[in-house]
Design a binder for this molecule. Structure first.
Ligand SMILES: Cc1cc2nc3c(=O)[nH]c(=O)nc-3n(C[C@H](O)[C@H](O)[C@H](O)COP(=O)(O)OP(=O)(O)OC[C@H]3O[C@@H](n4cnc5c(N)ncnc54)[C@H](O)[C@@H]3O)c2cc1C
Length: 425
């Protein structure tokens, strides 16, 4: 029986990154992936529209994110986009307007809120608190907190009440990639196709058990036993919480605590394709306090298509997820009609296709991406800690020294785990 240098569980961004490093170092590896495709929470669709549509991760966050260099090396292209800096806000009755055209008080509130968030990185908080409590402490209440939930917490796939300030501060300090954002013209999928190299991946291979601690690591999937000196585990922390994989012997108690400390909330996209563009060329980001709180334009900067998408998370996403698909898509169009100031029947008439993506219902994701509640900020480095020179942990949730919740954070976590693994091999 082959004894690999490393088995890698999961072929998402973190697994592929770890695989690339180990393969380039001449190590024998095998990747086991439960889906029939690579990418995990990156899933580019090439059928829904003329342009590639991102069902999962869409943006590169940061002009110096490692993904920017990878895109260049792959011969692909980024399409820069300004979102928060080009925000249009609606009060739910009037259409979404640029900040400059909002009533003075509302504009000052929204800009003050974004500044308060930026200042969080300098805050000295002896006790960890939620982002909501931090903002309350600075005098923000009521509707302002709702706006903060939409503009800040929704991005983190969390409620403002459950986001740890200590974890956010740690991330802000580790974040050296800048604030510029972009999409990949050819889609994230093409980047991963290029990044994946010629090691073996066994698809449709759900790992059910990992035996470790004594001799080789044994990984059991579909009744088959694979053996290796080491194993890199990259599955979403929500699946570790769910005991998808049985560890024999059990992981140490502090690792089990770290796993249970994370929260993974729902993440849902509603995507609409129109016969023609019904908005102006500069529209990149609209938000409001309604159910479909945040909207953007995947076809921004391109002429081939007219696509608009709503991306919501946490409680709002849960509410949309329990509706039937047609009802959820109709609700999206209704709120979009107010935001764009276009009658609903006109929007409906020009809709060619629409799609709902519910990541909470995906059994191999069970939500969007993980966040850390107040008092639990230690869980990230603990989850990332190798166990017994045999088990190594990667994945967005483990990215304590970079940007968790992102593709580039997942990639960097894969590189870190691969380096740790190489050090013992
Ligand atoms: C809707 C949505 C929008 C997002 N938007 C952005 C964005 O704009 N920009 C950004 O940077 N990030 C975004 N993200 C986050 C980003 O997608 C993730 O941080 C990143 O892709 C996670 O990569 P990963 O390798 O850690 O995990 P995953 O991609 O989840 O990979 C883990 C892999 O493990 C597999 N697996 C699970 N269990 C098992 C098992 N038992 N056996 C074998 N295989 C298993 C899964 O199928 C999966 O392929 C978004 C995420 C979502 C869901």
């Amino acid at each position: 029986m082959t004894i690999y240098d490393a088995l890698i569980v999961g072929a998402g961004a973190a697994g592929l990154a770890a695989g690339r490093i180990l393969h380039d170092a001449g190590r024998s590896i095998l990747m086991l992936e439960a889906r029939d495709r690579i990418g995990g929470r990156i899933h580019t669709d090439y059928d829904f529209a003329v342009i590639p549509i991102e069902f999962g991760a869409e943006f590169i966050h940061g002009d110096r994110a490692v993904t920017v260099d990878l895109v260049k090396s792959a011969g692909l292209h980024t399409l820069p986009v300004v979102r928060l800096g080009n925000l249009r806000w609606s009060d739910g009755v009037n259409p979404a307007l640029p900040l400059a055209r909002l009533p003075d008080q509302l504009r000052q509130t929204l800009t003050g809120l974004l500044q308060a968030y930026d200042q969080l990185s300098e805050a000295h908080l002896p006790q960890d608190v939620s982002l909501a409590d931090y903002l309350r402490g600075r005098g923000w209440t009521g509707d302002t907190l709702t706006a903060a939930d939409v503009l800040l917490a929704q991005t983190c796939c969390a409620s403002i009440e459950t986001l740890s300030c200590h974890d956010l501060i740690r991330e802000m300090k580790a974040d050296t990639v800048g604030h510029g954002e972009s999409r990949i013209r050819e889609g994230y999928g093409r980047l991963l196709d290029w990044y994946r190299t010629d090691y073996s991946i066994h698809f449709n291979s759900l790992v059910q058990e990992i035996q470790w601690g004594d001799g080789d690591v044994r990984v059991i999937s579909n009744g088959q036993v694979y053996r290796a000196k080491t194993c890199i585990i990259t599955i979403p922390v929500s699946l570790l919480q769910n005991d998808t994989i049985r560890f024999t012997p059990a992981l140490p108690p502090d690792k089990i605590w770290a796993i249970s400390a994370f929260r993974m909330e729902a993440a849902t996209k509603l995507i609409y394709r129109f016969r023609e563009r019904l908005w102006d060329d500069n529209l990149t980001f609209m938000a409001h306090a309604g159910l479909t709180a945040r909207w953007w334009t995947p076809s921004y900067g391109r002429n081939e298509d007219a696509i608009i998408a709503c991306y919501i998370t946490a409680e709002r996403a849960q509410k949309l997820d329990v509706m039937d698909k047609a009802g959820a898509l109709e609700m999206g169009l209704q709120e979009l009609s107010t935001l764009l100031d276009i009658p609903l029947n006109e929007l409906s008439k020009t809709t060619i296709a629409s799609k709902r993506l519910t990541w909470a219902a995906d059994p191999l994701a069970l939500g969007g991406y993980a966040h850390v509640p107040p008092g639990m900020a230690e869980c990230r480095p603990l989850l990332a800690r190798p166990e017994g020179n045999q088990l190594f942990f990667a994945g967005e949730a483990t990215a304590y020294d970079t940007n968790p919740q992102t593709v580039h954070g997942a990639i960097e976590s894969g590189w870190r785990a691969a380096r740790e693994c190489l050090a013992v091999l």
